[in-house]
Design a protein around this ligand. Sequence first.
Ligand SMILES: [Zn+2]
Length: 136
Amino acid sequence: MSQRIGQQATNVWIWTILISMAAAVSLLLIWSGAREMATHGRADTISIIQFTIGVVSLVLVVKAIMDISRMREELSKEKVLGPIVTVVQCLDCNTKMERTFKDGEYVGKLTGENCRNCGSSKVIVKLIYTKTSRSE
Ligand SMILES: [Zn+2]
């Protein structure tokens, strides 16, 4: 899972560079098109084309930025998800114990473990939850 997050992070990085370049090029086109029009006091075909291409690519760049920020949001959501924790409880003495979730566990399942307090084998899964922490 961490490998997948790393892959996504790399993609975001590459996209950020490409988009910055695209934004720079479109701003340059808009700027040079506008300057031509201002200098000559009229709009010739080339400066209109330059200006239009600049505006269109700028719109695409803005759309791509929005897509990327959504990707980043999903990325941070995944990072917030911490380890899955299982709380088990002994049915004889009610001692609760917390440990890492094991595959195939569900609430109410007899774990087959022995109670750390009284040694009873009647230990069931009481709770399963995910630790979340934004501070990490
Ligand atoms: Zn017990």
